[in-house]
Design a binder for this molecule. Sequence first.
Ligand code: HEC
Length: 160
Amino acid sequence: MLFHQRGSKVKRSVLAVILASTLCAAPGWAQVFAKPETAVEYRRSALFLMGNHMQRIKAELDVSKPKLESIRASATLIDTLKTVPFEAFVPGTDDVGDTAAKPEIWTEPERFKKLAGEMQDRVAKLDEAARSGDLAAIRSAFSEAGKACKSCHDDYRKKR
Ligand code: HEC
């Protein structure tokens, strides 16, 4: 009797493992990243670069003769990177590594995606303004882009 019970327990756990391995055959991060921490590193790296170049633009806008070439280079880089971080907000990466991502990203994916889209539109406008060379247009596009970054951070990024 005891043996029989044990046997069914073993069978059940074997079944559980098989089920788990079919259900979790491809966790979100596994399609592109070796481990979930790699996804965190990837998105943080892209966001770090975007932040760094937003700061460079700000530094130019703060001086009396902003270097347009520098602003253009940064705006183009930010525009190029604007979708990159969002490849890496994949399921299973909400509480790994050194992430500041809030779990609500995965429970409110539509809203998160919408905020990402708004930022991407504004970053494209910033790039356009930078190409035009019109400083007033650059200032306004920069401020709008910055607000779009902030509105997502306010809700979906933990304070470090
Ligand atoms: C749709 C949401 C969203 C938008 C829009 C967004 N971010 Fe973020 N950002 C995040 C989240 C979430 C994190 C935390 C990522 C993590 O730690 O895994 C983050 C982290 C960062 C970081 C820290 C990177 C690091 O070193 O860890 C910087 C810098 C940053 N974002 C810059 C920006 C800039 C600049 C913009 C606008 C051009 C922007 N973000 C737009 C969600 C967003």
